[in-house]
Design a protein around this ligand. Sequence first.
Ligand code: KG4
Ligand code: ZN
Length: 340
Amino acid sequence: MSVTILGIESSCDDTSSAVITNGVLRSNLISSQEVHRQYGGVVPELASRAHQASIIPVVDGALRAAGIGMDAIDAVAFTQGPGLLGSLLVGVSFAKGLALSRRVPLLAVNHLQGHVLSHFIRDTATAPLPQLPLLCLLVSGGHTQLIVVRSPHDMQIVGQTIDDAAGEAFDKCAKVMGLPYPGGPVIDRLAQQGDPSAFAFARPSVDGLNYSFSGLKTSFLYTLRDQLRSNPSFIDERRADLCASLQRTIIDILLRKLERAAQRYGIVDVAIAGGVSANSGLRTALAQLGERRGWRVYLPPLRYTTDNAAMIAIAGHYKYQRGEFARLDVAPQPRMGTLC
Ligand code: KG4
Ligand code: ZN
């Protein structure tokens, strides 16, 4: 039996819709909201309004790109959380309306589970899937987690940040340097011309497999403040070195715990996911570490690193197989704990 899932993602500032048939991707459309750039961060009220305006064109575009009509959809998967309440509400309400009118079931997906399952999106039916168990470092704008993936339905968070997320560290440090939002990709680009050992920033000492990034952010801020006192053009003169050193520190912090987790759980299949997994320095450093350690390393294609509906549709695909349907009174959950 053929199963076609329509996926909808609206948790933050990207409106996205995708179509997956039998686990194979047919289309994935993303409309990124530019309106937030001028404010240096996502403005929740504006994000909800932009989702409201773009959701129909985006879903329509995803169906067209897949070459199907509404009548071909067997279920609607949507992001239930975590995310911004107003943004989530647009996607949840739209999914409900569609499911009601087409008389098809609803699949409520955890956004973070979606990021992990981006490694299970296939463009062809014969493309290989990651070997399990998989250790996945999920690094996004709001989360930093180490996850042991035993199956698409069985994921365990074994470590996470106790304060800021890695993406937040990139974005906040970029902001104090006067760089545009989101800062991660800008730092990535500038770091390529800088010296990663030019500056030393504080590295946290957190027990076990947990992370902390707030100390690094403060240390970065203090370095700027001290240097600017004697040299007002310090940031302009040393921007590339600052970016390279900051990025190197974030990568070191991330990989040290990833290595520890792989050892503790005896896992040799290692992946990264989420927006920060697009970082070129992190990708290279992980590939090198994997070679030294004898891991099979999974780097997501760049198009599946930041928010997209393909990952929501593939998570929906696995939920559909198990008959895990949501009720019509399902509500958005801005803070969602467990992954599956
Ligand atoms: O997964 P995502 O699109 O949204 C959330 O679910 O949060 O991640 C967004 C985050 C932002 O913090 C952004 O700065 C970061 O991913 N990011 C990057 C890069 N591309 C996106 N950080 C570092 N290097 C990049 N190339
Ligand atoms: Zn995300």
